[in-house]
Design a protein around this ligand. Structure first.
Ligand code: GLU
Length: 369
């Protein structure tokens, strides 16, 4: 019978309400149990990565006008609070910790993503605990992940983790909002994340951080599709971590996909951002047996956005269905040129000489929701 935590590399996501529950700087009140979990995992040879929110919540008390939540002030709070938060974590451990600050702009760039992966692996190989947060001070609306739930799933995928534990302020996913419905039932096992699961998550949000149950489900979807077992647990209860160490599920457990997506296609689907769209008339053709996707000028109905060679694009049918994300070997300018041609023989010859618009290795079909 299973009686220990059975995974080998775990990402634990800790929200702002656990770091700074009174909004008066960092507090060890809830972090001690989490730190003990980290120590006990590592003692069993399990590698741990923390994704810790809380820089804004930890830094707020340093500003006289801490109710001022303008973007400018929040960025300053994040800069000041991040050092306090790292110092708080560091005090719990007698092994070294390392800070990694990321934005979505870093994660969606393939080269930077691979560099982040390499750094995480090097830290783990040297028994250093990575502690990751979004770099709120430098990020902008266009470049941010926006919530650390989704960030933790991207990190778990980048780090090839086999489990993700998302700490919440409730015991897990309920069939309705437990703060409003006392008879709400805890869902302990989710085999498949579909629209009914999103409906249960509703729009519940936290009053300290930016995430809610919905972003936790999005994170679980990203992680399980990469083969990562995901839990939503109550981070305020020490018993959650004791149960996890006994190999038990204290909250909601999400089953990973049987055949996880290949790493690069997972990155394209869940982490990279489409820089443009190609609207296709009729059905979107799949790459051919030689792994190439060519398009006729008739098939390219519209090209939206300004993208360059190597950017991720969305392939969409004219009824708006998103069919695939893919790396484009052609710029938007060249695709517009192809779409304008009347001579299909020229278009075909052009692509055979220049190369396919998309290669199968860079083509990620999107499931219809
Ligand atoms: N990065 C934010 C912070 O450190 C938190 C984002 C979130 O709460 O999900 O304050």
């Amino acid at each position: 019978m299973q009686n220990t935590f059975p995974w080998q590399r775990v990402v634990v996501k800790i929200g702002s309400a656990l770091i700074a529950p009174e909004k008066q700087g960092c507090s060890s009140r809830y972090l001690l149990a989490i730190a003990q979990f980290v120590v006990r995992c590592r003692a069993q040879g399990i590698q741990v990565i923390l994704v810790s929110s809380g820089s804004v919540a930890a830094g707020a008390h340093l500003f006289p006008d801490h109710d001022n939540k303008s973007i400018k002030i929040k960025k300053a709070m994040a800069a000041a609070g991040q050092t306090e938060m790292m110092a708080t974590w560091d005090r719990f451990f007698d092994f070294p910790t390392a800070q990694i600050l990321l934005t979505h702009g870093d994660l969606r760039d393939r080269e930077r993503y691979v560099s982040i992966r390499d750094t995480i692996f090097s830290l783990l190989d040297n028994n250093i605990l990575p502690i990751i947060n979004e770099n709120d001070t430098v990020t902008t609306d266009a470049l941010k992940v926006g919530d650390n739930d989704n960030l933790s799933a991207m990190v778990a995928a980048a780090a090839d983790a086999d489990s993700l534990i998302i700490c919440s302020d409730v015991d897990g996913l309920y069939d309705q909002n437990p703060n409003l419905h006392p008879d709400a039932k805890l869902i302990s096992w989710v085999a498949d994340i579909d629209a009914s699961i999103y409906a249960m998550a509703g729009g519940a949000t936290s009053d300290v951080g930016t995430g809610g149950m919905r972003t936790k489900i999005q994170a679980a979807e990203k992680a399980t599709s990469h083969g990562i077992t995901t839990f939503i647990v109550n981070g305020f209860k020490e018993s959650s971590f004791n149960l996890l160490l006994e190999g038990k599920n204290p909250g909601t457990q999400f089953q990973p996909y049987d055949s996880p997506m290949q790493e690069k296609l997972h990155w394209m689907t869940h982490t990279s951002k489409a820089q443009g769209e190609v609207v296709i008339s009729g059905d979107v053709p799949s790459p051919d047996a030689g792994g190439q996707l060519h398009l006729t000028s008739d098939e390219i109905k519209e090209v939206h956005g300004d993208f360059t060679v190597g950017d991720t694009i969305l392939l969409v049918t004219d009824d708006g269905t998103k069919v695939a994300k893919a790396k484009s070997n052609y710029s938007s300018c060249l695709l517009n040129f192809i779409a304008e041609q009347d001579d299909e023989a020229f278009v075909s010859e052009f692509q055979h000489r220049t190369g396919p618009i998309i290669s199968a290795d860079d083509y990620a079909p999107l499931e219809k929701k």
